[in-house]
Every structure is written in C-alpha cells, then in structure tokens.
Write a protein that binds this ligand. Structure first.
Ligand SMILES: [Zn+2]
Length: 274
C-alpha cells in the first residue's frame, strides 16, 4: 500500500510538471524574425586597419553590410537596431526602415519597442522614425550619450527621448523584453560601455543570437578579435566568453550583423524565420 501511495504521488507530480510545461509553451506567442537591409555596403573593407588591436587580419578584405531586424512577438513588434541614416551618403540605405515596414504592411506606430545594440552611428541612424516606440538601450550607453558625451558619441538622433518626449527603458544588465524569456537583450559590454546582443528564441529555427557589434565578421568572432576603437578590451573578451557559452549551451544560430556571409542565415526579405 505504501508503495502504491508513493507511486501515485510520483505520477501526480509528473503530471504537474507536464502541465506546467504546456502552460509555459502556450504563454509564448508566435515569434518571427525578419532582416532589413539598413545601409549600402561599399567595396570590401581592409579589416587589418581598424578592426584589430593586435595587428591581425593582414590584408584580409571583408564585405561589410548593415542589418536591422524586425521581431514579431504575438501582436507586438520590436525593431532591433536602426541602421545608417538616410542622409549617410554612399552608405545610406536604398530603402528606409519605414518603407521596408510598409512593404510588410506595418507602420512605425505599430512598433512597440525600438531596441538599440549600441550608440554607434550605423546602428542608430533611423531611430528618430519611431517616436511612439519605447526606446530600449543599455544604461551605460545612455549615460555616455547624455552625460558630457565625447566627440565620438552623437546624441542627436536620440533628441526626442533625451528631451523627455519618448518612452525610455535602459538596461544595466540583461533585459527580458516581453517577460517570457523569448526575446532577451544580453549585456555584452566592451565594444561600447552598454553594448547588448539579442537572443531570439524561435520555435522552428531554434535560438538565434544577433551579435550587435560584439564581432563584425567571422574571423573576428572566431579569434576573439578586439577592434582598436572598442571602449574596453577586458570587457570585450569577457563578453566573447559569455556569448560563446550561451551559443553552445543553446545550440544557437549566431548571426554577425555586419558580415555579408551571415545574411543567408535568415530568409531573404520580406520572408521571416519562425
Ligand atoms: Zn559599432
């Protein structure tokens, strides 16, 4: 009898676990990920000049691209990175983010979150197109933009939020954007003080990691390379260590946003991965 009771208790606890899993699976809505072209790549870049502080990549030329992303989470939308500005000359996008959204029958008013990996100009150019969206950005990047910014930091695209006109949420550490673990801004400092990468957990494709500028190209990622304009070498190496452990543990697809060779890891616009 005692054995029977013990067995019933085990069976009961198993069914509780099974129910809990079903519930959490149901609470995460459908998620999709779409890539936008957010700048016009020029001739391949000699990455031995600025993208190393150890004289690496001698003579290596890499095709740099500019990527932004749309994440659909149920009925909510989020844009990750705002690319080059439309007035960026030769590297300006051929089609604006707003016009690419229109091709998906979306307006900026429908974008709940405009999330920024870091404050560099090629990631913030069109942020001003989303005045009704909540701006998500690393706290230490926000501080760099708003407290006596250095000459290399341009706060102008954020004027709407700096003057209090827009909703703002800063992230000192990781930020679980929708509270269900499906979309997480990962604190990966070093390229800039508040730099973040993004985890997007897709049902069919599996977890995807968008690097931000933790790495700019595959050789940079594989060898933990540190560009000579990063703000902190030690933080960069620590972020590489953490990012690679996450990628391994989750068996994630790693997408290096600036590397043309990684574009094909997602379906071509306007299609989305899910
Ligand atoms: Zn950057």
């Amino acid at each position: 009898m005692r054995n029977l009771m013990a067995m019933l208790a085990i069976i009961a606890s198993m069914s509780v676990c099974a129910n809990a899993q079903t519930v959490s699976a149901q609470t995460v809505p459908e998620i999709t990920l779409t890539r936008f072209d957010c700048g016009t790549g020029q001739a391949p870049t000699d990455v031995g000049i600025r993208f190393t502080d150890t004289y690496a990549y001698s003579g290596l030329k890499i095709q740099i691209v500019y990527s932004c992303y749309l994440i659909k989470h149920g009925d909510d939308y989020m844009v990750w990175d705002a690319g080059q500005s439309m007035s960026a000359g030769a590297v300006a996008p051929k089609v604006s983010l707003v016009d690419q959204l229109a091709q998906l029958k979306l307006t900026p008013q429908q974008i709940k979150f405009i999330a920024i990996s870091h404050y560099h100009g090629d990631h913030i150019g069109q942020v001003g197109s989303f005045p009704n969206s909540t701006l998500l950005i690393g706290k230490r990047d926000w501080d760099a933009l708003t407290k006596n910014p250095e000459s290399s930091v341009n706060p102008a695209p954020f004027a709407h939020w700096i003057t209090g006109g827009g909703k703002l949420e800063t992230a000192l550490q990781d930020k679980d954007v929708f509270g269900d673990g499906s979309i997480v801004m990962l604190n990966m400092p070093g390229h800039t003080p508040g730099h973040h990468s993004l985890l997007v957990r897709l049902k069919n494709k599996g977890p995807v990691l968008l690097t931000g500028d933790l790495a700019h190209f595959r050789e940079n990622y594989d060898g933990d390379g540190v560009p000579n304009f990063n703000t902190d070498r030690t933080e960069t190496l620590s972020s590489f260590d953490r990012f690679k452990k996450i990628a391994k543990n989750l068996k994630a697809t790693v997408i290096i946003q600036h590397d043309a060779r990684d574009i094909a890891k997602l379906p071509p616009f306007p299609a989305a991965a899910n």
